[in-house]
Design a protein around this ligand. Structure first.
Ligand code: NAD
Ligand code: UGA
Length: 454
């Protein structure tokens, strides 16, 4: 059997690497129009940082795992074609700011129709609005050569970045939605190479498509719920981590996704929630739309609340003050910064005329400048002196008036905070946006600590 995947991103790359790893008899080709990205997948420096990914790619690349920008043969030869391209929020026209932009999905469908020579199983791996399969089938059907047939399945991906390899290796469930039992069975057989059959759920197409959006909405909702309570804890003397632990022990609530933070980030929660809101509006359910919109409103408020707290605590001005930011990725163990809370906090502080000194163990300086919409050099070619990218945390904290933790990297817990304190301006303020540090110890050293929900 031959599998091809269109889109070699955070999902396509790791997912296909795992299929190749677990199914040595299947040839897996990951194809992407971005030649630079494909070159990186074929190099020692993969474009995606994900614990455990390097080993799997190295073990299988060139054997039954291939990365290519030559789309046509990849499509022509495949029995199963996964579509794993981006589905960002539309930034123009109808539905701007809410609806999913399906242009990359449609382009894939047109390319598949043009080059397919035999029967193909087309699998939606990207996260898409419910009923996208309908459009996909129409585009495929209207543009295919005579005699070529297509089955379309929905097989959304539930991996989280930073734990993608574990999630793919041992998922809570695999979800496959479709109309043709034979097509469903064909894909079930692929996953059954390593996943117990009772964890492979099969449904109709629309349930599968919708379940993906709903899963992300429920996860994001939990974070916004606990973040809303973090503000109440700060007013009342309750401790949000203690509250989360107390409620999470109720097996009906459960302990996961109750960590209060500076706000959720990542490429998907915001976009998938807005997509759900748009769908509800589209189907004439404005009250349902408003309900889910509140989840992102609360998240925006939490991010703004954090940057305002820094400004107000530093005597209502950060103008000309150095603020060290530890972490820029949207969560630990990834180099991905999409929708990271650090971007919004950083932009707010720059707006307030602060100087940022940023350290992240995995995010590149280029990416940080891009996200902050900052030039790397001024008109005279001198380095930007408003956003300094530091190669170690001690350098970032040196001379800082305030230190903010934006990402929960484990390495931040191991730092020498006495040394950091000694090198900072006094009073030395520390804002733990992830509640990962030992605040009692920090206060003993002399820091003035602000923690979320405490
Ligand atoms: P990504 O931006 O990292 O990768 C998408 C890739 O598709 C890019 O490399 C792009 O060049 C390529 N592409 C675009 N058009 C193409 C075409 N016509 N042919 C071939 N390649 C093309 O995106 P991602 O994070 O991998 O997400 C992909 C989808 O998976 C999205 O719908 C997302 O919502 C969903 N998803 C993402 C995650 C995650 O953790 N990132 C998890 C689950 C689901
Ligand atoms: C999320 C989902 O967890 C995946 O199941 C889904 O497949 C994926 O979105 C997707 O569709 O893209 P991801 O965004 O990679 O995965 O990472 P999460 O672990 O969900 O974290 C998202 C954000 O929420 C991060 O900024 C994280 O720091 C924050 N978070 C998470 C909290 O603030 N508190 C928590 O308790 C958990």
């Amino acid at each position: 059997m031959k599998i091809c995947c269109l889109g070699a991103g955070y999902v396509g790359g790791p997912t296909m690497a795992m299929i190749a790893h677990k199914c040595p008899d299947i040839t897996v080709t990951v194809a992407d129009i971005n030649e630079k990205r494909i070159a990186a997948w074929n190099s020692a420096e993969l474009p995606v940082f994900e614990p455990g990914l390097d080993d799997i790619v190295q073990a299988n690349r060139g054997r039954n795992l291939f990365f290519t920008s030559d789309m046509v043969p990849a499509i022509r030869d495949a029995d199963i074609i996964f579509v794993s391209v981006g589905t960002p929020t539309k930034t123009y026209g109808t539905g701007s700011g809410k609806a999913a932009d399906l242009k990359y999905i449609e382009l894939c469908a047109r390319m598949i129709a043009e080059h397919a020579e035999g029967p193909k199983l087309v699998v939606e791996k990207s996260t898409i609005p419910v009923r996208t399969a309908e459009s996909l089938k129409r585009v495929l059907g209207a543009n295919s050569r005579p005699g070529v047939t297509f089955d379309v399945l929905s097989n959304p991906e539930f991996l989280a970045e930073g734990t993608a390899i574990d999630d793919l290796n041992c998922p809570d469930r695999v979800l496959i939605g479709g109309e043709s039992p034979a097509a469903i069975e064909k894909l079930v057989d692929v996953y059954a190479n390593w996943i117990p059959r009772d964890r492979i759920i099969t449904t109709n197409l629309w349930s599968s498509e919708l379940s993906k959006l709903v899963a992300n909405a429920f996860l994001a909702q939990r974070i916004s719920s606990i973040n809303s309570i973090s503000a109440l804890c700060e007013k009342t003397g309750a401790n949000v981590d203690e509250v989360a632990n107390a409620i999470g022990r109720d097996s009906r609530i459960g302990p996961k996704f109750l960590k209060a933070s500076v706000g959720f980030g990542g490429s998907c929660f915001q976009k998938d929630l807005m997509n759900l809101v748009y769908l509800c509006e589209h189907f004439g359910l404005p009250d349902v739309a408003r309900y889910w919109e509140q989840v992102t409103d609360m998240n925006d408020w939490q991010k703004r609340r954090f940057s305002s707290k820094i400004v107000t605590t530093l005597f209502n001005t950060v103008n000309g003050k150095r603020i060290a930011m530890f972490g820029f990725a949207f969560k630990k163990d990834t180099n991905d910064t999409r929708e990271s809370a650090a971007i919004y906090v950083g932009r707010d502080l720059l707006e307030e005329q602060a100087t940022l000194a940023i350290y992240d163990p995995k995010v590149s300086a280029d990416q940080i400048f891009y996200d902050l919409q900052q030039p790397q050099t001024d008109a005279d070619g001198k380095p930007n002196d408003k956003a300094l990218i530091c190669s170690d945390p001690y350098e970032a904290a040196k001379g800082a008036h305030g230190l903010a933790i934006l990402t929960e990297w484990d390495s931040f817990k191991e730092l020498d905070y006495q040394r950091i304190y000694d090198d900072m301006m006094k009073p030395a303020f520390l804002f733990d946006g992830r509640n990962i540090l030992d605040h009692t110890e920090l206060r003993k050293i002399g820091f003035e600590v602000f923690a979320i929900g405490q």
